[in-house]
Design a protein around this ligand. Sequence first.
Ligand code: NDP
Ligand code: 8X3
Length: 249
Amino acid sequence: MTKIALVTGATSGIGRATALVLARQGYHIIATGRRTERLEELKQEIKEVPVLTLAFDVRDKEAVQQAIRTLPEEWKQIEVLVNNAGNAHGMSPIQEGSLDDWDAMLDINVKGLLYVTHEVLPLMIERKKGHIVNIGSIAGKEVYPNGNVYCASKYAVDALSKAMRLDLVHEGIKVSEVNPGLVQTEFSEVRFKGDKERAASVYKGIDPLRAEDIADVIAFIVTRPAHVNIAEVLVLAGAQASATIASRK
Ligand code: NDP
Ligand code: 8X3
């Protein structure tokens, strides 16, 4: 039977790696993000299963609605939703924070996740079947200096994951949360607004996680039998002990 997975933020990093791994597992892939050329490249790269690309900004609720409500009939039976789209924007003491950065993090990481979930849920509830995997963070488990609003956005993802699990258990829908530590992706370049040197310094002296490491965990979670739900996972780099403690060589 056809299995369909929708992955948000599939143009880069964890989302892209997840789309590739789930395709290898036989899932037909709905890949979303804003950068259409990256979506097209991903579609070309996945040879084994059909891929549908949807370009929208998760902050734009009308665009999210339009994209998911007008899915072709054969793409509507979404079994897995990976709510991955998100980023940090800036990193500074709260008293120096930028309102635009705060809006971006709360609108994308929290409200965007809700908008996508709101549209996909009716499709899952209709079938009494589905699995939602929310990408939280160690930043949603521990607050660290200058992490303030990003941490708050990921604490919200943590709360929403727990809340969704409570509400959706009666609908036959599993909810899991994957909380990565330091993963080398475009994340830090986005956080530091294109400053590649500062971004590289985040991973200096340690061997960080790769996007594929997190993708493998997501694939493991969604391929467990129906009677198993891995509710929460915290995945750290080998040299990392907490949000602020890493053994750097
Ligand atoms: P990347 O910057 O590599 O990827 C972010 C993805 O999110 C891109 O595909 C981007 O697509 C998408 N995205 C960002 N903003 C929007 C938007 N407004 N609308 C639609 N899509 C958007 O970072 P990661 O892969 O590292 O991050 C993925 C998730 O993992 C995030 O939720 C992040 O918070 C979380 N995470 C990352 C960690 C890390 O150390 N890297 C650790 C813990 C959690 P596009 O720009 O094309 O729209
Ligand atoms: C990303 C990991 O430690 O930079 O969520 O917040 S961290």
